[in-house]
Ligand binder design. Structure first.
Ligand code: NDP
Length: 297
């Protein structure tokens, strides 16, 4: 049995960790709000609830973090009960947070001094993909570390790709999510304009989805979440805002002119500020609707 620790039982962490309740693994979990970890452990025998990140990491061969952002990961490394003190020499920290490549490189360098490996391994596929164990996992790190953690990631991932050195998984994830944001916003602008021009959004989407302007947003998000006005809360707007900011920083660091990503970052920051911490990412459409004074329904 591989000894695993999973830290961060949020919207996506919980269904990911559920796949690790498996005879192949011995699982310890930690969550900032302890009640969630206790409720989680109730769903399977052989799950240990750790009192701190340090206690979770003790004895674990693979430690997985899935927190909102890199500063949260860096914060739990240190202090009383901090993760760094619990990580065993020879173990590996796999960060499934959609994080920041520069922070990942810092963490990797720091852990390497103590004989601990690191890989960034953000995921894509949403809560439903996590529930079905069909996430895409993009891994940054040494090929040797990738080979080592792949069987564990396969518990919740279907497509597991080695992207390059430490930080490359996080960079790729940020760019992917910047594209998601561009598609959501541009579809919202276009559909709002069409609605005002007298074209029903359902008809517009039917045509676009049979034409070259289609995207995951037009094919899935708008029909299922916007036209229905359901706006389920699966992935917080605050997290997408963070991801676009990382993508903009990656482009800047690489000296690539990226005005479209920069503008999208600004628009989603404004939507996040207007709609608050708990709004879902697709609710950015509501913000555009307010500006345009039309409902895409
Ligand atoms: P949530 O906001 O639902 O959950 C965040 C988790 O992190 C909770 O367990 C929370 O604990 C914990 N947490 C928050 N702040 C801290 C902190 N400072 N220290 C310790 N623990 C903390 O986020 P998600 O699960 O949705 O997202 C997690 C990561 O996965 C993010 O980077 C996100 O961008 C990424 N992601 C999310 C997807 C989704 O569809 N939701 C899809 C793909 C990637 P507590 O219970 O105490 O609040």
């Amino acid at each position: 049995m591989t000894r695993i620790a999973f830290l961060g039982l949020g919207a996506i962490g919980t269904p990911m960790a559920r796949h690790l309740i498996d005879p192949r693994f011995e699982l310890a979990v930690w969550n900032r709000t302890r009640e969630k970890a206790i409720a989680f452990a109730g769903s399977g025998a052989n799950v240990r609830v750790a009192a701190s990140p340090l206690e979770a990491a003790k004895g674990a061969e693979v430690v997985i973090t899935c927190l909102p952002a890199s500063p949260d990961v860096e914060a739990i490394l240190d202090g009383h009960g901090g993760l760094a003190a619990g990580l065993e020499r020879g173990s590996v920290l796999v960060d499934c947070t959609s994080g920041d490549p520069a922070a990942s490189r810092r963490i990797a360098a720091r852990l390497a001094e103590r004989g601990v490996d690191f890989a960034d391994a953000p995921v894509s596929g949403g809560v439903i993909g996590a529930e079905r164990g069909k996430l895409t996992v993009m891994v940054g790190g040494d090929a040797r570390v990738f080979e080592r953690v792949q069987p564990v990631l396969a518990a919740f991932g279907e497509k597991i790709v080695h992207c390059g050195p430490v930080g490359s998984g996080h960079a790729l994830k940020a760019v992917n999510n910047a594209l998601l944001a561009v598609h959501i916003w541009s579809a919202a602008e276009g559909l709002a304009a069409l609605a005002k021009a007298g074209v029903k959004p359902a008809i517009a989407l039917d045509v676009i989805n049979a034409s070259s302007g289609r995207s995951n947003s037009s094919q899935n998000l708008f029909p299922e979440r916007v036209l229905t006005r359901a706006f389920p809360r699966t992935f917080r707007l605050a997290l997408l805002d963070k991801d676009i900011g990382i993508a903009a920083a990656v482009a800047k660091e690489q000296r690539v002119p990226a005005p479209l990503i920069a503008l999208t970052a600004e628009l989603f920051r404004a939507a996040h500020n207007a709609l608050g911490e708990e709004a879902d990412h697709v609710e950015a459409v509501r913000y555009l609707e307010q500006l345009a004074q039309v409902e895409i329904a």
